[in-house]
Ligand binder design. Structure first.
Ligand code: SF4
Length: 300
C-alpha cells in the first residue's frame, strides 16, 4: 500500500514518483532525510521514560505553519546541517542512545517518511533492541496510512491544532486540516482504545494554545470530547513562542497570557478530561530548539 512511485502517503495525495526524484508538496524524494537524532526528555513524562526518549527528527513537513518551532528543518527551503541520509549511520546513533537505558524511540514528523521509519525500526530490532515506538505527528494524516501502522506504533502523539479551517489555512497553509486531523485521531483511538490506561498513554493528543485564539482551543477540546473521548491523554501546551514568520503576524507575535491559558485549562477540567499534562506558563523559556547545534535542546 505504501508506494513512493505514486505517493499518496498523506492527505496531499500528490501522486508523484518519489523514487524518480519527482517532488510533491513535502519536497522529499524516496531517500532517508533525518535532521537530527538526540536524547530528549520531552514535554510529556510518560511512565518508563525517565531516561528520556531517543527522538528521530525527520526533515521537511507536510504543513507550512508560520510559527513552526522547528522551522530550521521543516520548511521546503530548509538547509539541513549535518543531515543523516545513511541508514547505518542513523541506526548506529539510535542504538548508542538506546544502550544507555532509553526505552522509547520517537519519530518526529514521520508522515512523509513512513517507509524509511519502518526500515529503521526493522534494523533497530535486528540489533537486538525493542524500544516502544512513539509516532509524533502534526495530525495531517491519511486514515488508510495509519491503518498500516497498527501493531507497529505503541504511542500515538498527534497534534490537534485547529478546529477552524480558515485559521488552519491562514497559519498552516492547509485548507482541510480539521476534518482530516479529526478523522486521523479517531483512527488512532480505534486502534488504542482498549489499551489506554493510566499506565499506558497509548494516545496523547497535543494542543498548543495560541495567543488571541482561545476560542480555537476551546473548540479543539470540545471536538475531542464529543467526537473522540475524554478517556485519552491531553497534553495542553502553553509554550508558544513567536518565531519564523509569526514574528511579523500581529495576531500571534506574542506569547500566551495567563488569562488565556486559564480559560482553556478551565474548559479542559469542565469537559472531564482527567489524563494528561498541562504546562507552567514559563515553559516558553525552555523549549526553543536550535537545530544549528549538535544538541538542539541544550540550554546554554
Ligand atoms: S508524502 Fe509528500 S509527496 Fe507524498 S502525498 Fe504527502 S506531501 Fe505529497
Amino acid at each position: 500500500m505504501i508506494d513512493l512511485t505514486n505517493c499518496t502517503l498523506c492527505p496531499h495525495r500528490c501522486s508523484v514518483n518519489r523514487e524518480q526524484q519527482q517532488l510533491g508538496f513535502c519536497r522529499l524524494d524516496a531517500g532517508l532525510h533525518i535532521a537530527n537524532i538526540s536524547l530528549h526528555t520531552g514535554e510529556e513524562p510518560i511512565e518508563g521514560s525517565e531516561n528520556g526518549v531517543c527522538n528521530v527528527f525527520f526533515s521537511h513537513c507536510n504543513l507550512r505553519c508560520c510559527y513552526c518551532q522547528n522551522y530550521q528543518i521543516s520548511q521546503p527551503q530548509s538547509v539541513i546541517r549535518n543531515e543523516i541520509t545513511d541508514y547505518e549511520v542513523a541506526v548506529n546513533q539510535i542504538v548508542a542512545i538506546l544502550q544507555s537505558g532509553v526505552k522509547f524511540l520517537g519519530f518526529v514528523s514521520p508522515t512523509s517518511h513512513i517507509p524509511q521509519m519502518l526500515l529503521i525500526i526493522e534494523k533497530v530490532h535486528e540489533k537486538g533492541f525493542s524500544p516502544k515506538i512513539i509516532y509524533n505527528t502534526n495530525g495531517y494524516e491519511n486514515v488508510e496510512t495509519l491503518r498500516s501502522l497498527e501493531g507497529t506504533v505503541d504511542i500515538y502523539l498527534p497534534d490537534l491544532k485547529y478546529a477552524n479551517d480558515s485559521l488552519a489555512q491562514r497559519l498552516s497553509g492547509i485548507p482541510n486540516y480539521c476534518e482530516t486531523a479529526l478523522s486521523a485521531i479517531k483512527e488512532m483511538y480505534r486502534q488504542k482504545k482498549e489499551v489506554i490506561s493510566d499506565e499506558n498513554p497509548a494516545l496523547i493528543i497535543r494542543h498548543l494554545a495560541l495567543p488571541n485564539n482561545v476560542d480555537n482551543s476551546l473548540r479543539v477540546l470540545r471536538l475531542i470530547a464529543e467526537e473522540c473521548s475524554t478517556n485519552v491523554f491531553i497534553s495542553l501546551m502553553s509554550q508558544y513562542f513567536p518565531v519564523y514568520k509569526a514574528l511579523n503576524d500581529n495576531e500571534i507575535c506574542r506569547t500566551l497570557t495567563k488569562d488565556e491559558y486559564d480559560v482553556v485549562l478551565d474548559e479542559l477540567d469542565s469537559l472531564g478530561f482527567e489524563r494528561g499534562w498541562t504546562q507552567e506558563l514559563e515553559s516558553n523559556d525552555y523549549y526553543q530548539p536550535d537545530f544549528n547545534k549538535d544538541n538542539p535542546f541544550a540550554i546554554d
